[in-house]
Design a protein around this ligand. Structure first.
Ligand SMILES: Cc1cc2nc3c(=O)[nH]c(=O)nc-3n(C[C@H](O)[C@H](O)[C@H](O)COP(=O)(O)OP(=O)(O)OC[C@H]3O[C@@H](n4cnc5c(N)ncnc54)[C@H](O)[C@@H]3O)c2cc1C
Length: 96
C-alpha cells in the first residue's frame, strides 16, 4: 500500500494484504452548533442512559451522539431509544 501523508506530503509503502479504511472522526453536527449542547469535537451530549438533549423535545442518537462505539448496531439501538423518547414526549404533551 502506498501512503501519502497529506500534512507532510511524505509518501511511504506499507507491505499489507488488505486494510480497513476508518474515515470521519468528526460528527456531521455543525448545523446544530450553538443550538444544542455538544462536546469539544461536536458530539451531541445526551443525559446518560437516554436520548435526551439539553433542549426539551429534541433527542439525539447514532453517530451524532455516540463518540465511543460508532457502529451500525449501536446507532440502530440508540435510534430506537430516541424514537421511543420522542413518542413519549409527544404523548405527554398530547401532540399525538
Ligand atoms: C467506512 C465505514 C465503515 C463502517 N463499517 C462498519 C461496520 O463494519 N459495522 C458497523 O456496525 N458499523 C460500521 N460503520 C459505522 C456505521 O456506518 C455508523 O455507525 C452508522 O451508519 C451510523 O448511523 P447513523 O444513522 O447515526 O448515521 P448515518 O448512517 O451517517 O446517517 C446520517 C444520515 O443523515 C443524513 N444527513 C446528514 N446531514 C443532514 C442534513 N443536514 N439534513 C438531512 N439529512 C442529513 C445523511 O445523509 C445520512 O443519511 C462504518 C462506517 C464507515 C464510514
Amino acid at each position: 500500500m502506498k501512503v501519502l501523508n497529506n500534512k507532510t506530503n511524505e509518501t511511504s509503502e506499507i507491505p499489507v494484504k488488505g486494510f480497513f479504511v476508518a474515515i470521519g472522526h468528526k460528527p456531521n453536527t455543525d448545523i446544530f452548533e450553538n443550538m444544542i449542547d455538544m462536546d469539544e469535537v461536536g458530539y451531541i451530549k445526551t443525559k446518560p442512559g437516554t436520548s435526551y438533549t439539553n433542549i426539551e423535545g429534541v433527542f439525539a442518537s447514532g453517530d451524532a451522539q455516540d463518540r465511543i462505539y460508532r457502529q451500525a448496531v449501536t446507532a440502530a439501538g440508540t435510534g430506537c431509544m430516541a424514537a421511543l423518547d420522542a413518542e413519549r414526549y409527544l404523548t405527554e404533551k398530547e401532540i399525538i
